[in-house]
Design a protein around this ligand. Structure first.
Ligand code: SF4
Length: 364
């Protein structure tokens, strides 16, 4: 164990990539980076991390910000609950912890959105606490080091992986040790074609010794994503477009084009009229199809039929949304919104540039 730890630390210090969050010991910055990195590739996260910290340089700035501003900086990164939770947690840190991010994993886990992984990462990297982390990279490295052949998605195997990571973290420099495991998984012990011949811990590795590196870890197949058909419409009235805000779910707090899921067997042209009538209380005078966009979420695959609709007078009555605005189409993309909304908006504007109003391309 000692030899493995020493080798990992030496290798990490000589080979780590220079990433912006590795140039700081600021617990807040490390927390933001860990929240971003949970579902996002390093290269994608870097510009978002830099923009986020430039806009909200400390926990007070984040706590005092408007939720729309936080979601706006996050827009495009996906998994928006992370941004909502960061915002809510920053307020708790200011209110209950005098603006100091707690230094122990258990208290960190009391914050909204902070699970075992994030708590372990912040406690170990920012405060050098002997707390383990297990993400996809660490799970793969440990499953190979110990030749664990059980399904890494099962709770029993996960328990074992956390125990193995915990044993490693109970030594000097736990933050660097955890980062070494993650870095090894990201750059050497990769999912396909691990570079065992260049691996610093090859002599400690059971999977390598047994010639099983490529076949581990074992992973059960996830359920196939559910296919969902839905409609969305750029609804125009006197040159202004209707934007609606989602109150809950994965995209809570984001602005959207009104619409909704199709019923089984329902045709999109009929569905868009029904969805607008039921969910925003508007009847449609004319609906023109712009096309469809596809988007993959983690558990479902969405096909969104996009329309441009004109609506006469009539009061907006919301169901399933908690806010609405009529605004120049060019201003629509300045609201925080998800990637699929942006795709749908771009499609309808491309198909009906004039119909979307004279300033249609202005804010894009
Ligand atoms: Fe991964 Fe190969 Fe290193 Fe084992 S020897 S940890 S399988 S890269």
């Amino acid at each position: 164990m000692k030899g493995l730890r020493r080798t990992l630390l030496d290798w990490y210090r000589a080979n780590r990539r220079a990433l912006p969050w590795r140039a700081t010991r600021d617990p807040y910055a490390i927390w933001i980076s860990e929240a971003m990195l949970q579902q996002t590739r390093v290269e994608t996260a870097i510009p978002y991390y830099e923009r986020f910290l430039a806009r909200f340089p400390d926990v007070q700035a984040l706590a005092g910000a408007d939720r729309d501003a936080v979601l706006g900086v996050w827009a495009g990164l996906g998994y928006y609950s992370r941004a909502r939770n960061l915002h809510a947690a920053a307020r708790v840190v200011v209110d209950r912890f005098a603006g100091e991010l707690p230094d122990d994993a258990e208290t960190l886990r009391s914050l909204p959105g902070v699970g075992r992984y994030t708590a372990g990462a912040v406690a170990s990297i920012a405060y050098d606490r002997p707390e383990p982390v297990v993400d996809g990279n660490v799970a793969r490295v440990l499953a190979r080091l110990h030749a664990i052949r059980d399904d890494v998605r099962s709770s029993a195997t996960l328990r074992r992986l956390w125990e193995e990571a915990g044993a490693l973290a109970r030594g000097p420099h736990p933050g660097d040790l955890n980062q070494a495991l993650m870095e090894l998984g990201a750059t050497v012990c990769t999912p396909r074609a691990p570079r065992c011949s260049a691996c610093p811990v090859a002599r400690h590795c059971e999977a390598h010794r047994l010639g099983e590196a490529e076949s581990l870890p074992v992973r059960s197949k996830p359920a196939a994503p559910r296919r969902v058909e839905a409609v969305a419409a750029l609804v125009l009235r006197r040159g202004r477009a209707l934007a609606v805000r989602r109150p809950s779910g994965l995209l809570a707090g984001l602005w959207d084009l009104p619409g909704g899921e199709l019923a089984r067997g329902e045709r999109p042209a009929a569905g868009v009229r029904r969805a607008l009538r039921e969910r925003v209380g508007l009847s449609v005078a004319r609906a023109q199809r712009a096309g469809a966009v596809e988007h993959a979420f983690s558990h479902r695959r969405l096909r969104l039929h996009v329309y441009r609709c004109d609506t006469p007078e009539g009061r907006v009555r919301l169901r399933d949304f908690d806010g609405h605005r009529w605004l120049a189409p060019g201003s629509f993309t300045r609201l925080p919104q998800g990637a699929v909304t942006r795709k749908a908006f771009d499609l309808v504007l491309e198909r009906f540039p004039a119909g979307a109003g004279g300033s249609g391309g202005g804010g894009r």
